[in-house]
Design a protein around this ligand. Sequence first.
Ligand code: SF4
Length: 153
Amino acid sequence: MDFIIQKSLKLVESGLVPDQAIRAAIRALSKKRLIQEGRYDPEQGAQRYMDVLNIVKIAEQCPEVSFWLPTREKGLINQYVRSFGDFPSNLTVRVSAAMVDSAAPAGFLNTSTVHKDRDAQGYECPAQKQGNKCQDCRACWSRDVHNVSYHQH
Ligand code: SF4
């Protein structure tokens, strides 16, 4: 989630987030990340769920921006879907497999895996062949790409 918070902070600084409460929420999340050095406290499930809700609010406030949320928080994502239904159409939530060469998590529209000794599943991330950069690839942001498979570095 740190990736999306960094992106959100850029939006705040550029003045593209008009709602004061959302701006404050983004800054609070950023501060929390700095304190935690990018780690989530497993005891703070409620706070992490609030993070998801805040990310949804940011996406709703910025419909012209495409967001990609890579996460292993299967439980929180299921909790959100049970409570609110689908995520905003400009927010692609991609649930990551827990282990290298394991199957994509079941029951999610968008997932990601990491391959090393097995073939890529679904769409193979081309970054490794293009200087470890996305260049013009936007597969991770696309809901039409069910699973993205990253090669283990
Ligand atoms: S957008 Fe494309 S190149 Fe970038 S990480 Fe995703 S699959 Fe790889």
